[in-house]
Ligand binder design. Structure first.
Ligand code: AMP
Ligand code: GLY
Length: 426
């Protein structure tokens, strides 16, 4: 069969890699893809938000299944466009992708259905938000309602910071219309865990847990980024946590969406915080995480096409989802200066050493071919150096060893990805 993947990052590279392992797949296209993806798929010069062109391409090439990796097209309704054209597509429709697309929606859903999350208020007027913040407890969290490249969340230590935050989000429109509505949320503390799941509208099957490192610098310092690396599974995701989330969060979310007439099919990514009062939902995403996909998918033992199709067809209950018991660690090689300002266009060397058979993967995030046909850096996050191991310590040692194989001029990485496991893993 022929498959089309929409997106251009490390997550899409991991999805394409997994599809390339499927016995059922003859040909993979990726729009727009990147230099690494082009080694496994034919990259097509169509951007993720060009819905008409994507649909026309899928029709022309008689694509059997399209997989949407990114949030923007999902929230914008790309799945609905494919379905209207009679094409099979993996991902939530617009009315379900709102679970990620609007924080006010997801908070109201959790409140209505009793799913544990931080206490909050929603505001559509800056004046009302400011009045509320006059008497709030600090720190407090402000969130732009809509998509903001993971940067629309402000943790405000003082009233002054919060007032400035309201100005940035609602008046200066730093994230455009995403800040027309804001959620003001209670500040919580605890360890964060990502749990990805496949959903077919009714049934939910969990993938392995993962732990992200969102801040740019070692020791969780610096600005929030898209993610600087992660590991899977998380030893902090205990059986007790799993039981709690199964009872109060996962199936309840799927049922709540169905009850609202917003049947969810695709991937739900639960961003959880393990607070003193138990696990709470920080956020939902309507897609694989990046780089969560990079550490979870190499361990998936099923043919991923079977799983994607079961989600679309509503037959996920018949799939026995299996993960290898190895551990996986991904360290992001970024351009120095990310997430603020950085140079790109530097040649990358040393990539040929990675051998998937031996458990080393190099997932490309921001790379492209230059005019001379050389692979060069083309983004803030450049590569996801990923390695398997018999346990987390071995996987981490392998991943950091492999980071030394690759070089480019302004290479930057965190040196403490997975260090927190030392607290619990001997
Ligand atoms: P989100 O995009 O909602 O996951 O928020 C981005 C990051 O901000 C999270 O990964 C947390 O580190 C932090 N964050 C979000 N909401 C809260 C909260 N209520 N309390 C503390 N930290 C939060
Ligand atoms: N790594 C976090 C995300 O994909 O949203």
């Amino acid at each position: 069969m022929k498959v089309l993947v929409v997106g251009s990052g490390g997550r899409e590279h991991a999805i394409v890699y997994k599809l390339s392992q499927s016995k059922r797949v003859d040909k993979i296209y990726c729009a727009p893809g990147n230099a690494g993806i082009s080694q496994l798929a034919e990259c097509v010069d169509i951007k993720a938000m060009e819905f008409d062109k994507l649909v026309a391409f899928a029709k022309e090439k008689e694509i059997d299944l399209t997989v949407i990796g990114m949030d923007d097209p999902l929230v914008g309704g790309v799945v609905d466009e494919f379905e209207k054209a009679g094409l099979k597509v993996f991902g939530p429709r617009k009315n379900a992708a709102i679970l990620e697309g609007s924080k006010a929606f997801s908070k109201d859903l959790m409140k209505k259905y009793g799913i544990p999350t931080a206490a909050y208020e929603t505001f559509t007027s800056a004046e009302d938000a400011k009045a509320y913040l006059e008497t709030s407890k600090y720190p407090i969290v402000l969130k732009a309602d809509g998509l903001a490249l993971g940067k629309g969340v402000l943790i405000c230590q003082t009233k002054e910071e919060a007032m400035e935050g309201v100005k940035e989000l609602m008046l200066d429109k730093k994230f455009g219309s995403s800040g027309n509505t804001i959620v003001v949320e209670e500040f919580m503390t605890g360890r964060e865990i990502s749990v990805l799941s496949f959903v077919d509208g009714k049934t939910i099957k969990l993938m392995s847990s993962a732990q992200d490192h969102k801040r740019a610098k070692d020791g969780d310092q610096g600005l929030n980024t898209g993610g600087m690396g992660n590991f899977s599974p998380s030893p902090f995701y205990t059986e007790e946590v799993d039981d709690f989330c199964k009872k109060y969060i996962y199936q309840k979310t799927v049922d709540a969406m169905a009850a609202e007439g917003r049947e969810f099919k695709g991937v739900i990514f639960f961003g959880l915080m393990l607070t003193e009062d138990g696990p709470k939902v920080l956020e939902y995403n309507a897609r694989f995480g990046d780089p969560e996909a990079q550490v979870v998918l190499p361990r998936l033992e099923n043919d991923i096409v079977d799983v994607f199709e079961a989600c679309v067809d509503g037959t996920l209950d018949q799939i026995d989802l299996k993960f290898s018991d190895q551990a996986c660690v991904c360290v992001i090689l970024a351009s120095d200066g990310y997430p603020v300002a950085y140079e790109k266009g530097f040649e990358i060397t040393g990539m040929e050493k990675f051998d998937e058979e031996e458990g080393y993967y190099l997932f490309h995030s921001g790379t492209k071919f230059n005019d001379q046909g050389k692979i060069v850096t083309n983004g803030g996050r450049v590569l996801g150096v990923t390695a398997l191991g018999k346990d987390l310590k071995e996987a981490r040692a392998n991943a950091y060893k492999a980071t030394e194989w690759v070089n480019f001029e302004n290479k930057y990485m965190r040196t403490d990805i997975g260090k927190s496991i030392d607290e619990v893993v001997k």
